[in-house]
Design a protein around this ligand. Structure first.
Ligand SMILES: NC(=O)c1ccc[n+]([C@@H]2O[C@H](COP(=O)([O-])OP(=O)(O)OC[C@H]3O[C@@H](n4cnc5c(N)ncnc54)[C@H](OP(=O)(O)O)[C@@H]3O)[C@@H](O)[C@H]2O)c1
Length: 306
């Protein structure tokens, strides 16, 4: 198990946590999460929009040694709704405090000062321990940080993987490194796209590398990610087998030469890389200025969290 320091804090979290977006809520996924916890992987990522907070609550069974990261959806970014959303998440999770509470996406329709003020209030009340953001550009991060009077934003959760390397190009990785902000890499397998038939040549090259080094392709992809600072990854896995495999990627301690070879493979198959969120430009320019988030939440939130 490899641990990394969270932001500028003294806290250590596992370099590979467990993501829960699109995780079905059934006995198999519950067993898988519990298995991860049993193995000492005490970092779970969820969000109010995922509908998995209750499942996470069931898996952790009120234990307070689990590092829980959750997120507030942008339609709840006005002051009162941030507080309400957090209270509802605490209830679903069955805990008194969320370790890392993240703004899920920026939302320009609500002043960021108002949202951050609510986040600080939650922190003061002891309902959240650390403040994080997700899908924030460097500029958006700086604007949010400037609104906080007594705490640092400890993390930015963005898509980053061997097949989607945007954080290396848009400055987010460099910024996180320089400012000691943890980069939480989401979709470390491109939401499963790494295993698509379309990427077979890429996967075959990773498998050949893995055979030589005692790693599966999934483990090679994770080992490459966490070899970077200050990156931690949160793969989603529905089965015990996948959870075990992903956690074991932390035990291999790949040498620099191994990482370099994975880097070369990724470079060689650049044409098979995933485009940054297909809708990213659209998201940046349009959706954040509209009521999109609200409509999306209306459709998703209510039903999932019943
Ligand atoms: N902040 C955000 O906006 C945001 C956006 C997206 C995701 N996230 C977070 O990031 C987490 C992970 O991203 P993701 O859910 O998009 O997908 P991902 O982790 O990139 O990929 C998940 C897919 O990979 C498969 N998989 C997992 N482990 C495997 C293994 N060892 N071998 C082969 N296949 C494996 C899973 O299959 P099985 O399910 O069958 O195991 C699933 O199909 C999410 O769950 C969520 O917590 C955050």
């Amino acid at each position: 198990m490899i641990f990394k320091t969270l932001g500028r804090t003294r806290e250590k979290i596992p370099a590979i946590g467990m993501g829960t977006w699109q995780l079905d809520t059934n006995s198999e996924t519950l067993t898988a999460l519990k298995k991860g916890l049993e193995l000492g992987d005490n970092f779970i990522d969820t969000a109010e929009i995922y509908g998995t907070e209750k499942l996470v609550g069931e898996a952790i069974m009120r234990r307070d040694d689990i590092f829980i990261a959750s997120k507030v959806w942008p339609s709840h970014f006005d002051y009162d709704n941030v507080i309400k959303a957090c209270d509802a998440s605490l209830k679903r999770l069955g805990v008194k405090c969320i370790d890392l509470y993240q703004l899920h996406w920026p939302n320009y329709t609500i002043p960021i000062e108002e949202t951050m003020s609510a986040m600080e209030h939650l922190q003061k009340e002891g309902k959240i321990r650390h403040i994080g953001v997700s899908n924030f550009s460097v500029k958006e991060f700086q604007e949010a940080q400037a609104c906080l009077s007594h705490s640092d934003i400890v993390s930015n959760q963005v898509e980053y993987s061997i097949i989607m390397r945007e954080p290396e190009e848009d400055g987010v990785l460099d910024f996180c490194r320089r400012e000691r902000v943890t980069l939480i890499a989401y979709s470390p397998f491109g939401s499963g796209a790494l295993f698509n038939a379309k990427r077979k040549p890429f996967l075959d090259a990773l498998a050949a590398f893995g055979n030589k080094n005692g790693l599966t392709p999934a483990q090679a992809a994770l080992a490459w990610l966490i070899s970077k600072e200050p990156v931690v990854a949160i793969p989603k896995a529905s089965t015990e087998k996948h959870v075990l495999e992903n956690i074991a990627a932390m035990d291999h301690g790949l040498k620099i030469e191994g990482i370099d070879e994975i880097e070369r493979i990724s470079g060689r198959f650049r044409k098979l890389h995933r485009k940054p969120l297909a809708s990213r430009t659209f998201v940046r320019k349009v959706l954040k200025h509209t009521k999109f988030w609200h409509g999306y939440a209306e459709k998703k939130l209510g039903k999932k969290n019943d």
